[in-house]
Design a protein around this ligand. Structure first.
Ligand SMILES: NC(=O)c1ccc[n+]([C@@H]2O[C@H](COP(=O)([O-])OP(=O)(O)OC[C@H]3O[C@@H](n4cnc5c(N)ncnc54)[C@H](O)[C@@H]3O)[C@@H](O)[C@H]2O)c1
Length: 360
């Protein structure tokens, strides 16, 4: 058995700054190659990571030193690149949303089965320490039976000096549904929130209803907000979840990353959990608050750096490759979240409730 995983990173753009962390921090991980069609990005990343640059994916996949491939490219490329990497016998970590359709997804999953290598859908909110703590409180029975999950996202004001610089090229493909697969909030960012919708309830989502508004911001620039997506979990008792996206485009959100404020409220039959932080920060409040039996527990000391969720998602992949386990979002679980996300898109376009089973 190999003692480390040598990765080739495909796509050295904005998010590579967070995806790299796990590879640099894990004692058994190493970045050995980068592939990016943009020459300046490719050479800058090769210099930064002291690794081999490849212009074309074929070159990187033919490199015997590359054990695993991390795909960080625009969504329309995910399926073909993942299949090529799996057919080359590589382990694959594929950034969310894994593909733009379930048909594409099933081709990737079939390639993973044929390859027999590790395949992970990379979703990091599920590793964000406040979310992990909330799930732990649920597991300990801290709110009794979970009855409701409510998520709110505020897309905040850009260009205030808060948050990351996001290049025009990084935004451009997100504004084209044929490259992104859907809107930048409800489909691109959405994969995280649909995963959160699934994270705290141990029952599948069976039906979805979505209002998705497209707000024109200027020529060729739009945001799919305000939007309101609700869903029903299977089984008894009847339980609903919801995700609201508010276009608070003049709201200052403090952040070292994206200027987006994501909050989650999880209600049970005997308690409530509030998760007040994610990539953005608004109020000086505890990141996790738990209420039960007249007692409020405010968790001030939980790690809140959003980058940690990326580190731990990468660690999950490296450990699965070396220790022979399943990564946390494997082919089956990744499909369930994608089907949920696509059901919301279908619901909004057809103005009706959609059963997730309809998605195939
Ligand atoms: N987990 C998260 O929170 C999170 C946040 C942002 C982005 N993402 C995901 O990461 C992925 C990349 O997003 P980004 O914001 O870094 O995009 P980006 O546009 O900043 O970077 C994409 C990079 O891919 C390169 N590229 C384009 N075509 C290529 C090809 N054929 N072969 C190799 N490289 C190619 C581009 O030159 C660019 O450097 C997407 O799947 C996105 O949804 C995830």
């Amino acid at each position: 058995m190999a003692d480390r995983v040598r990765v080739g990173i495909v796509g050295g753009g904005r998010i590579a700054d967070l995806n790299k962390i796990g590879w640099l921090d894990h004692a058994r991980g190493e970045i050995v190659a980068v592939c990016d069609t943009d020459e300046s990005t490719r050479s800058a990343r090769a210099a930064e990571w002291s690794c081999k640059p490849y212009e074309h994916l074929e070159g990187l996949l033919a490199d015997p030193e590359v054990d695993a491939v991390e795909i960080l490219t625009p969504h329309h490329l995910h399926a073909s690149q993942a299949i090529a990497a799996l057919e080359a016998g590589k382990h694959v970590s594929l950034q969310k949303p894994p593909t733009m359709s379930l048909a594409e997804y099933d081709e990737v999953a079939a390639a993973a089965t044929r390859a027999g290598t590790v395949f992970k859908v990379y979703e990091n909110f599920m590793f964000y320490p406040p979310h992990v703590l909330a799930r732990q409180i649920v597991d300990e029975g801290g709110i009794g039976e979970v009855l409701s999950v409510r998520i709110v996202t505020a897309a905040g004001r850009m260009g205030t000096g808060q948050g990351w610089e996001v290049s025009a090229s990084s935004n451009a493909w997100r504004l084209d549904p044929s490259l992104c697969g859907g809107g930048m909030m409800t489909f691109d960012h959405g994969f995280h929130c649909f995963q959160m919708g699934r994270m705290f309830v141990d029952a599948p989502v069976e039906a979805v209803h979505a209002f998705i508004n497209v707000l024109e911001l200027g020529p060729g620039t739009q945001i799919d907000a305000p939007s309101l997506i609700s869903w029903r979990y299977a089984g008894i008792p009847v339980r609903y979840g919801s995700w609201e996206i508010v276009a608070s485009l003049d709201l200052d959100v403090m952040s070292e990353y994206y200027v987006s404020d994501d909050r989650i409220e999880i209600r049970g039959n005997s308690g409530i959990i509030w998760v007040n932080q994610c990539s953005g920060r608004l109020l000086e409040e505890a990141p996790v608050v738990h209420y039960r039996d007249g007692v409020v527990r405010a968790f001030h000391r939980v790690e809140t750096d959003w980058a940690v969720s990326f580190r731990d998602a990468t660690f999950d992949f490296i450990d699965a490759v070396l220790d022979g386990g399943q990564p946390h979002l494997d082919a089956v679980e990744g499909r369930a979240t994608l089907a949920f996300a696509l059901a919301a898109q279908l619901s909004a376009s057809e103005h009706r409730e959609v059963a997730v089973a309809e998605m195939g």
